[in-house]
Ligand binder design. Structure first.
Ligand code: COA
Length: 260
């Protein structure tokens, strides 16, 4: 794996783990973190040995405490708009062809929450805290917060988070449907890797198509979504993994999916 300055990338079995590694700045998303994370995702996309990616933050305090506020100074409307119109980290995760899990180990704020929202699943420690605090800086979320958060938790809850900037705790995030699971901090990594490992054993092409189909649900009306689902379902019937999955069921054995 390449050497990065602001992130680390490891492989554990079939799971790639990207760790944002600026604990002294609570893993704030600097432009270098964006750039290096996009590069790391490009590497992991091409690595057939990696079937699931986990993204987390370094240290015990923060997942990601938002955009690096020190970089806001000197930004003009035009440069800021260009940054978010380029290939963003959020969109790179959203369209990544393998499942991505956010392992939220502490503060999950602003752009950190937006990054978690772009992931496919979110798990967190009991100590995690979530917010869209941009309003306190006189701005609004710009990395998908108003859109992905609203689709995930509903307008009323999203509106309150975006208008107040208040933090919610892990239990509230779970009740909102913002996170899939909450674990004691000491168990977070093991439980997350267990979940990632379970998904990593599934058929890779079916995982990619399932992700695409589920994501399409929030971009389309029901008729378009159902048509897209049938098309993607049909594509599965062209794969060797579909033959293997069906044969394994009929032969009462565990399938061995190859991603073909
Ligand atoms: N951007 C840049 N630096 C940040 C940061 C951010 N989003 N969040 C934290 N940091 C830095 C702090 O400036 C501090 O650096 P320093 O030690 O060089 O002064 C370091 O991380 C530790 O943060 P600190 O504020 O001292 O920790 P705390 O425990 O007192 O407070 C928070 C934790 C998360 C409540 C607080 O850091 C905070 O509110 N951060 C900003 C959150 C935010 O508004 N994010 C959205 C940006 S759009």
């Amino acid at each position: 794996m390449s050497n990065y300055e602001t992130i680390t990338v490891e492989k554990e079995g079939k799971v790639g783990v990207i760790t944002i590694n600026r604990p002294d700045k609570l893993n704030a998303l600097s432009s270098a973190v964006h750039r290096e994370s996009i590069a790391a995702l490009d590497d992991l996309r091409k690595d057939d040995g990696v079937r699931v990616v986990v993204i987390t933050g370094s240290g015990e305090k923060a997942f990601i405490a938002g955009a690096d506020i020190s970089e806001f100074e000197g930004k003009t409307p035009v440069t800021q708009r260009d940054t978010f119109h380029e290939k963003t980290l959020f969109n790179s995760i959203d369209t990544f062809p393998k499942p991505v899990i956010a392992m939220v180990n502490g503060f999950c704020l602003g752009g950190g929450n937006e990054l978690a929202l772009a992931c496919d699943l979110r798990v967190c420690s009991e100590t995690a805290k979530f917010s869209q605090p941009e309003i306190n800086l006189g701005i609004i979320p710009g990395g998908g917060g108003t859109q992905r958060l609203t689709r995930l938790v509903g307008e009323g809850r999203s509106m309150e988070m975006c208008l107040t900037g208040d933090m919610i705790d892990a239990e509230t995030a779970y009740r909102f449907g913002l996170v899939n699971h909450v674990y004691p901090a000491a168990e977070l990594r093991a439980k997350t890797m267990e979940l990632a490992g379970k998904i990593a054993e599934k058929a890779p092409i079916a995982l990619q198509l399932a992700k695409e189909a589920v994501k399409f649900a929030s971009k389309s009306n029901l008729d378009e979504g159902l048509r897209r689902e049938v098309d993607l379902f049909a594509i599965c019937f062209s794969t060797e993994d579909k033959k293997e999955g069906v044969s394994a069921f009929l032969e009462k054995r565990k399938p061995d999916f190859k991603g073909k």
